[in-house]
Design a binder for this molecule. Structure first.
Ligand code: BGC
Length: 528
């Protein structure tokens, strides 16, 4: 019975929340919303049965103090409670703030579908069909744009099954920031190495006439399925002479230089690849999302809504859109930014751009934490016994992986946190209070990321008009979603806060290593 008031709150919250978002929708979409709300309220009337199954651990908007105590562990000294509460004010996003973010994202999505160069680019992918599951054959795929570069061969069995062979390669920063031809030569050399690694098990070797899907996870203005120019580098890549150029040609030229008999049949974003690969076995997949080194989303849009699309529309009813949501709210209209976010942004190669991605993705979260900790130490609020170490002052010294390890440490003395701070970061002597503060900072930064990602999901599913009916699968790949403790729960809680019972219609599904496989599938479809 305790849960009934909570459910009442959620019911009302969901109506208000959904209503707020619905203000931007078309009549058709609004009808579905009202249907959804009707369903939601009927289910609500069923009372505690649903509540106990679905919502017992989920939060409606909570007062700040309640959240802070949970994240921070046992109370600190009054001064430290004050420091933490100031940080909470900066980093926490309330339900109503999230709902405003969803509304703004929907607005920006529509603008991006109308015109080029909008905040959310909404790039047509030229992928107009989901796989049927009957595609068959062996295809090469390259996956460039995450932490590692991967070369793969996927053998599709025509029944939804796939056999994979792959080699992973580290890309040194020197290669990412070199000259474009050097980067593409490196890629071609890795492909050669792949065939050496797998010569005993691949039936076709390097001399076979391979078709290749190139998963190039950057914003690309695509003019056909195998032609598109890079709009801007992201995620720390800066290789020269690539922006504005056709990425397929650059790759094809490198293959020619290295005497490789490979035809690049498809150019694919990782979000598109993720959607396609999950759809191969789960046809209800409607969006593909990356929550890893970078962040972005692709979804299925009706062709008549893609107003700016200039290609032929004949026989096409839908097309996948690569949103490139990293550029959302670069003008800071809806998402509150902290002084730490500004500092992080000012140290990137292209300040003022891709700032939504900076708040969400793995490439940046550890660095935000480092900047906060270093500032707290400078203010005398942290590491009072020993001050910050030279290591803590080094850019990118605090890895996002540390955040996961810190957040999962529930030992009484926070032993793992101590080890990371003292061994990895060279801070000489930490107190338990120091460690609790560090853990709370990680929780604040990690939670903000998950809640913003959830706002993105809410916007995309709303845009597709799929909130009111069950069965919309959002395939998500990337280390944050897969490995970061509590990330998935935090996303779900935020979805329930924003959408109430409609959140139950959305399935967030892990899509492991889907981008390369999706690129291979798109190469297969391009042949048909
Ligand atoms: C890129 C996107 C990509 C995302 C995830 C972003 O930096 O702009 O194209 O999908 O990272 O890899």
């Amino acid at each position: 019975m305790d849960s009934l008031p909570l459910q009442l709150l959620l019911g009302v919250g969901s109506v208000l929340g959904v209503y707020t978002i619905a203000l931007e929708l078309s009549t058709e979409q609004l009808e579905s919303f009202l249907l959804g709300i009707g369903i939601g309220l009927s289910v609500f009337a069923l009372g505690s049965v649903v509540t106990s199954q679905s919502y017992t651990n989920k939060t409606a908007e909570k007062p700040r103090s309640e959240r802070s105590i949970k994240e921070a562990g046992p109370p600190q000294t009054p001064h430290h409670v004050h420091v933490l509460s100031q940080l909470q004010d900066m980093f926490e996003l309330s339900t109503s703030q999230l709902q405003r973010i969803v509304k703004q994202m929907l607005w920006d999505m529509n603008r991006g579908l109308e015109k080029d160069n909008e905040a959310i680019k909404m790039l047509p992918t030229h992928v107009c069909h989901l796989p049927k599951g009957t595609e068959a054959g062996s295809y090469l795929a390259l996956d460039l744009g995450g932490t590692n570069f991967r070369v793969c061969v996927f053998t599709l069995d025509g029944k939804g099954g796939v056999e994979t062979r792959q080699s992973k390669f580290m890309i040194a920063d020197a290669v990412k920031t070199s000259e474009g031809a050097a980067l593409f030569d490196f890629i071609a050399d890795c492909v050669k190495q792949f065939f050496v690694d797998h010569q005993d098990t691949l039936s076709n070797g390097v001399n076979h006439k391979w078709k290749l899907g190139f998963c190039f996870s950057f914003p690309v203005n695509q003019v056909s399925i195998n032609e598109g120019s890079l709009l801007v580098w992201t995620k720390g890549f800066t290789a020269s002479n690539v922006v504005g150029e056709n990425a397929v040609k650059l790759l094809q030229d490198a293959f020619t230089r290295k005497s490789l008999n490979i035809e690049v049949s498809a150019l694919v974003n990782d979000t598109t690849g993720t959607l396609m690969s999950l759809a191969y076995s789960k046809p209800s997949t409607c969006a593909g999302m990356i929550l890893g080194t970078g962040s972005n989303c692709a979804y299925i849009e009706k062709i008549e809504n893609i107003i700016k699309y200039k290609g032929s529309r004949e026989g096409i009813s839908e097309m996948l859109i690569n949103m490139e949501w990293g550029g959302f709210d670069d003008t800071h209209i809806v998402i509150p930014r902290t002084k730490y976010d500004y500092k992080l942004d000012s140290d990137t190669p292209t300040p003022g751009t891709w700032t939504f991605e900076q708040l969400i993705s793995g490439l940046y979260l550890g660095e935000i934490v480092r900047i906060v900790l270093s500032d707290l130490a400078d203010q005398g609020d942290l590491f009072e016994n020993c001050g910050a170490s030279p290591e803590l002052k080094k850019k990118n010294a605090f890895e996002t992986a540390y955040m996961s390890k810190i957040e999962i440490d529930n030992s009484h003395d926070l032993i793992k946190v101590k080890q990371i701070l003292e061994v990895q970061l060279g801070i000489k002597h930490t107190t338990l209070i120091d460690r609790r503060i560090v853990k709370s900072v990680c929780a604040l930064v990690g939670t903000r990321s998950a809640r913003l990602a959830a706002a993105g999901v809410a916007a995309v599913v709303t845009k597709m008009n799929k909130l009111a009916t069950p069965g919309c699968i959002v395939g998500i790949d990337g280390s944050l979603f897969e490995l970061y403790p509590n990330y998935q729960n935090r996303m779900r809680s935020a979805l329930v806060e924003m959408l109430g019972m409609c959140a139950d219609n959305i399935t967030l599904e892990q899509a492991r290593d889907g981008s390369g496989q999706g690129a291979a599938l798109i190469a297969a479809l391009a042949e048909e």
